[in-house]
Design a protein around this ligand. Structure first.
Ligand code: HEC
Length: 395
């Protein structure tokens, strides 16, 4: 039993739990937001009646009513929705530790960004998460009456965080830490503001007194923030699959485009029942984001075969054997990756040919392979590999 083996298993189990809990949490959140916006409240409804909605789902009808309760009306069983959030966050933090912090922080450090040792790199990651929550929480309290100033300042600070992390950590670790910051802020909101406010509401009804309105206002502010953070956070959760984003030279701007457009699309979904042109707004946002992404992620350099000298397959195989197979082979010699990452093995010419466009994309266009340039591939080797691909990956 090796450490790498245990790590791989932990990664699998925790990631699965994280995904399930995340679906439950965000699913609940989207459903309740949707419910709130679709409630019907006919003219002349009684005081305390906030709305009603009929739904059909899996073989039955649901009649949901939202209302204020009078003292003494509190039911015996009241369902809270908070553990889905906690489980998502806790499993996310575990995953961060297992994938990024253990194993010498191999995915955190990229010498072409900055040559850090594992401990400082992890220190930067952890302090970013803690400081971001503290700053956010203080700003929320100070600027509770000034939501526009808060919005502008919040986005600027988040952009600053993304920029700062992208200058210190590997692109994927920078992205993931921005994601963990969002997840931590959302979870902090749930546990330090939203749940206490719900407790106060329940307590007020039990004791037959008025609810403290300040608490309700604070909870509202935080749940609005959480609502806008969901789409950006969901992108970051899957961002590791897209080296063209985190591996980009301007990766923090790419992230900014995706986060702003995600939050804007969420906004149009929020206002869609009161704003007729929401579909146009959402479509325009998505189109603008796609165009911006297309331009930003377009490969800059190109090794067109025409003027490059002919590169032989034997030469490419020798380069790959030096720089790639330490990880991408049947039995990797790398100290961290003991199983070929993503199942990609680059030992035979057929394997190289089958993946030729990806090899060029990762090693030449994006320079996100070899991981953290651990095997010290040279620029010349990258250009030769790319030329071989452009020349048709023939002998
Ligand atoms: C230190 C280990 C390491 C080395 C060396 C390495 N890789 Fe990878 N490779 C990884 C890891 C980890 C992943 C999975 C994560 C990812 O896709 O970023 C991966 C994934 C890949 C993938 C599959 C994902 C995709 O984008 O299609 C390709 C292709 C790839 N590497 C090509 C290369 C090439 C080409 C080289 C040599 C120039 C190389 N790698 C060297 C660790 C390594």
């Amino acid at each position: 039993m090796s450490f790498a083996h245990v790590r791989e298993l932990l990664d699998l189990i925790i990631r699965w739990v994280h995904l399930i809990a995340g679906i439950m949490w965000i699913g609940n959140s989207l459903l309740f937001n949707w419910l709130d916006r679709n409630l019907e409240r006919p003219e002349g409804s009684p005081e305390g009646f906030e709305g009603r909605i009929w739904m059909v789902h899996s073989g039955g009808f649901y009649d949901v009513v939202k209302k204020q309760l009078e003292p003494g009306q509190l039911p015996e069983h009241l369902h809270w929705f908070k553990w889905q959030n906690f489980t998502t966050w806790a499993s996310g933090i575990f995953l961060l530790i297992v994938v990024y912090y253990l194993g010498g922080a191999a995915l955190m450090i990229d010498p072409s960004v900055r040559a850090l040792d594992p401990v400082p790199a992890i220190g930067i990651g952890v302090s970013a998460i803690v400081l971001a929550w503290v700053t956010y929480d203080v700003l929320c309290r100070v600027l509770i009456q000034r939501s526009v100033i808060f919005g502008v300042l919040g986005f600027a600070l988040l952009g600053g965080l993304a920029f700062g992390l992208s200058q210190l950590l590997s692109g994927r670790a920078a992205y993931m830490h921005v994601g963990v910051v969002l997840g931590t802020v959302m979870t902090g909101n749930v546990w330090t503001v939203i749940v206490p406010s719900q407790r106060e509401l329940v307590g007020a009804i039990k004791e037959g007194r008025a609810q403290d309105p300040a608490l309700g206002k604070r909870a509202k502010q935080r749940s609005v923030h959480n609502n806008y953070m969901t789409f950006p956070l969901l992108f970051i959760m899957i961002s590791n699959h897209f080296p063209s984003t985190y591996g980009n030279q301007l990766n923090w701007i790419v992230l900014g485009v995706l986060m702003v457009s995600g939050a804007l699309v969420r906004h149009f979904m929020n206002i869609r029942f009161v704003y007729r042109a929401w579909m146009t707004g959402a479509t325009a946002t998505i189109l603008a984001a796609v165009v911006a992404l297309f331009v930003l992620t377009k490969p800059k350099a190109d090794a067109r075969a025409a003027d490059a000298p002919r590169v032989s397959s034997a030469e490419v195989q020798a380069i790959v054997a030096r720089r790639c197979t330490p990880c991408h082979s049947e039995a990797p010699s790398d100290d961290v990756f003991r199983v070929a990452p993503s199942g990609v093995k680059l030992q035979t010419l057929d394997q190289l040919r089958a993946l030729a466009p990806r090899l060029k994309e990762r090693a030449f266009n994006q320079r996100t392979m070899p991981l953290a340039n651990k095997t010290q591939m040279t620029d010349d080797e990258r250009a030769r590999l790319a030329a071989w691909v452009d020349q048709g990956a023939v002998d």
